[in-house]
Ligand binder design. Structure first.
Ligand SMILES: [Zn+2]
Length: 344
């Protein structure tokens, strides 16, 4: 029987409730199991929609950092809303005919049960991929191999990736890389005062090959949700880091020139919550999660339109991804906006 200590972890219990509610409309599997002390937790992957490789795909990921519970909650809440809508929403049913969805809402259940950013082995999953920064990274936060007792530990240099990251890689390769177009959204919290949407790279200040596509996506988002509060930028504008999993997967995706894979990260700015409730700065959880119930509900509600937008954009990618001269223009505008206008 599969490991199940969900009574120890409310986020896992909620995910399993949603999986049960989705019934046969969801294809679910346990990609790996992780040990945390005496407990063992499953890492779930859930797919729905058209399994054909001819349709685009979208992937939602959360709970990579165990302290950032709100990320897992946002992804699970979006899956829960799809499960309810499956029962009555014919527009969703039509969307599912032309889109593949994949969800991994709780990538690091062991870390979440321990209340740590890292996994139970002390490895920061976002510093663990085999990619090293080509420019200077900030001390410790950029990733370190000094000790697993210090934060931002990358894992041993010769080692393969941690099982949680291998689970993400296998799902991304199977469900996203097998299609011509896909988007991944990984939900985090705790950086700064603004809600941010980051795209690669983290390992270099150089722009990605699909800068035009990211810029075009930003443009349709700005036009569709004119009042949105997100700051969209390459992660390298904030800090560089070794071992970013999405850098690694993006670089792998680029090996096939026809394929477009856009990995995005939602960074929910927790300082908004801390500012409204300064006492929560005194708790570790409080730095990364809204503590007051009504505020948590508001955070969940605020981000669901962005997740839904990403799914719609993936589904309709042929209508907005630029080609020819338009692609050159998008790239030039993006270089100007984010990279000081340098043509590279
Ligand atoms: Zn994080």
């Amino acid at each position: 029987m599969a490991a199940n200590n969900s009574n120890e972890l409310p986020e896992l219990a909620e995910l399993q409730r949603v999986i049960a509610a989705g019934g046969t409309q969801l294809q679910t599997r346990v990609v790996c199991e992780v040990q945390s002390g005496d407990l063992r937790f499953p890492v779930h992957a859930i797919s729905l929609g058209n399994p054909s490789k001819d349709v685009p795909a979208v992937g939602f990921f959360g709970g990579v950092h165990g302290l950032e519970r709100i990320g897992a909650e946002v992804v699970t809440a979006y899956l829960a809303s799809l499960v309810i809508r499956l029962q009555w929403d014919s527009m969703l049913q039509r969307q599912l005919e032309s889109l593949r969805f994949v969800f991994m809402p709780l990538v690091n259940p062991g870390g979440m049960s321990l209340g740590t950013r890292a996994n139970p082995r002390g490895v920061d999953l976002m510093r663990n991929a085999p990619v090293s920064a080509t420019e200077d990274v900030p001390f410790l936060i950029g990733g370190q191999r000094i000790s697993s007792r210090l934060p931002w530990y990358r894992g041993a240099s010769s080692g393969s990736m941690e099982p949680e990251n291998e689970a993400v890689r296998s799902i991304v390769e199977e469900e996203l890389f097998s299609r011509r177009f896909s988007v991944a959204l990984d939900c985090h919290s705790g950086f700064g005062i603004r809600d941010r949407i980051w795209f690669p790279y983290a390992y270099t200040t150089r722009p990605i090959a699909h800068l035009a596509e990211v810029h075009a996506l930003k443009e349709i988002f700005d036009r569709t949700h004119a009042q949105h509060r997100y700051l969209i930028e390459p992660q390298s504008l904030q800090y560089l880091a070794h071992g970013d999993l999405w850098d690694y997967l993006y670089l792998r995706a680029c090996a096939e020139p026809e394929r477009i894979f856009l990995p995005l990260t939602l960074e929910m700015g927790s300082w908004i919550w801390v500012r409204k409730n300064p006492r929560q700065i005194l708790t570790r959880q409080g730095m990364f999660n809204p503590i007051i119930e009504h505020r948590q509900q508001r955070v969940l509600r605020r981000h669901l339109p962005w997740l839904d937008f990403v799914a719609r954009a993936a589904c309709s990618y042929t209508h907005w991804t630029p080609t020819g001269e338009a692609r050159h223009q998008h790239r030039a505008l993006a270089l100007k906006r984010w990279y000081g206008g340098t043509l590279r």
